[in-house]
Design a protein around this ligand. Structure first.
Ligand SMILES: C[S@@+](CC[C@H](N)C(=O)[O-])C[C@H]1O[C@@H](n2cnc3c(N)ncnc32)[C@H](O)[C@@H]1O
Length: 472
């Protein structure tokens, strides 16, 4: 009898991935099936993404609450009351699913292909409790990252740091430090790290840093240092001639920004990549900030970052006994000379980075009633250093501290996370913060971003203006 030999399988067929765990996780998340999901997460991961939509399990759990007619029908519900009831049920089960996913290391700020984080989705669908859960998870992750960052700084130089971290924090897989932008030329928030993991938290790539990357970040790494120049434009937008070579992309960090060329053009201050350093739609914010910090004449005030001089003019209008300005960019310093700031009574200008200027002022025993911080191309770590190291040393016991609050401002979820993070860190430094809400105009419809490379303020309708005081 002839025997039939089993045929060798073609190589290509053998290479087909038959593991369906990821699909099953996404499906269980979509169905809010926590029992199945819990089992699947023992063998699979909460950090996966659907290759087509970019949906993480968090996205899937939230997105399935959109248009829940089927759910209503299946449950035999009809009428408005029943629909509401079913919506509430869906939100409740979504919340349970989201909690389970966070317990299993889901990433709070992962982006889908639609450029939405799970928090953006929850906000858009009006899922309040789910949104709040994501904010809490974001705060936990960012606080943890901040702590780790501080630990790394203490641990010494880079190489040593990594070795020591790996050994010293058992169970923690440290990533690079977090980068929450204030005004870093088109950045905004949160963690700028791919695949960094801290304990149960994996810290997602920062959405805004992705955008920055796409815009050609890092192009000038090998560029020769150049002397910065100030370019003045007339009303037709014509530039007076630049005399120095220009860096193409200065916004990798503060050091590079400070070497870059700046353009003052009427209502805005732009860097050479057309990132907005300062825009005059922020005038109201500056006015209220200065008024909060120097509420009566005769106070001792300081502003870090002159920019367009808007906030400094507001401070000076409040007749301080002394007003210090710290400014590091040579082109802005040149402008300070040209516009007569060096001759103004009671004004002292300190040229240089605050990191270099402030230790000297602390040593001199300078005491201030109001301090404002609004720099550029710095991130949350810098702001935190500013208030934990210097504000507490320079501020009178009943003095006030304020800063430009652009933390995470390119999307609401990041803004909400960083509002809480900074509140907690300020409290750690012995300060309470009071927020004044200011309505932000619709910048898009006003065409404010025309000619600006990246809108650093998203669609967030309310600016939260911080006024900080020592506790007690
Ligand atoms: C956004 S602008 C400030 C705008 C200002 N609040 C106004 O009302 O026009 C930021 C300023 O901070 C300056 N700057 C950036 N990094 C700095 C640093 N480390 N120390 C001092 N000044 C800095 C920039 O050159 C720029 O002039």
């Amino acid at each position: 009898m002839p025997t039939v030999q089993p045929q060798a399988e073609p190589v290509a067929a053998m290479a087909i991935d038959t593991d369906t765990t990821n699909d099953e996780i996404l499906l269980a998340a979509t169905n809010h099936d926590v029992d199945v999901l819990r089992k699947l997460l023992k063998v699979g991961s909460a950090k996966i993404q659907d290759p087509d939509t970019g949906f993480s399990p968090l996205h899937a759990a939230i997105a399935s609450c959109e248009g829940d007619e089927d759910l209503t029908e299946d449950a035999g519900l009809d009428g408005e009351g029943d629909a509401l009831h079913s919506d509430a049920l869906a939100e409740e089960s979504a919340l349970a699913t989201v909690k389970l996913l966070f317990e299993n290391g889901a990433i709070w700020n992962e982006l889908d292909k639609n450029d939405e984080t799970p928090g953006c989705l929850a906000l858009r669908l009006g899922l309040k409790s789910v949104y709040e859960e994501i904010v809490s998870a974001g705060v936990r992750a960012e606080m943890l990252f901040g702590r780790l960052d501080a630990f790394m700084a203490l641990a010494g130089d880079d190489d040593q740091e990594e070795e020591q971290d790996d050994e010293a924090i058992d169970g923690f897989e440290p990533g690079p430090p977090s980068h929450a932008g204030l005004r870093p030329g088109g950045s905004a928030n949160a963690t700028g790290v791919e695949g960094a993991e801290v304990g149960g938290f994996e810290l997602a790539p920062n959405p805004s840093y992705k955008i920055e990357d796409e815009a050609g970040k890092g192009a000038q790494q090998d560029a020769e240092p150049t002397v910065p120049t100030l370019v003045q434009t007339n009303e037709d937008g014509e530039e007076s001639k630049a005399t120095e070579p220009v860096l193409t992309n200065p916004n990798v960090n503060n050091e590079d920004y400070l070497k870059s060329e700046l353009t003052y053009s009427g209502d805005r201050l732009l860097d050479s990549d057309k990132n907005a350093v300062m825009m005059d739609w922020e005038t109201e914010i500056m006015k209220i900030s200065a008024d909060q910090l120097s509420a009566k004449p005769g106070l001792r005030t300081m502003n870090v970052g002159h920019g367009m001089g808007i906030v400094d003019s507001m401070f000076v209008a409040n007749s301080p006994a002394m007003h210090h300005i710290i400014e590091a960019h040579p082109a802005v310093i040149k402008r300070l000379h040209e516009t007569g700031w060096y001759e103004k009574p009671n004004v002292t200008i300190h040229e240089g980075r605050w990191q270099d200027v402030l230790p000297r002022l602390v040593e001199e025993g300078v005491v201030l009633d109001g301090i404002y911080y609004d720099t550029y191309a710095e991130d949350y770590k810098d702001l935190k250093e500013f208030f934990t190291e210097y504000v507490i040393a320079l501020l009178e016991k009943d003095g006030k501290f304020g800063f430009y609050n652009g933390l995470g401002a390119d999307r609401q979820i990041c803004y909400d996370v960083y509002t809480k993070v900074v509140e907690l860190d300020l409290f750690d430094a012995g300060m309470d913060v009071e927020w004044t809400d200011i309505a932000v105009p619709d910048l898009k419809s006003r065409d404010e971003w025309n000619g600006v490379r990246y809108p650093y303020w998203g669609t967030i309708a309310t600016y939260r203006l911080p006024t900080c005081k020592f506790v007690g």
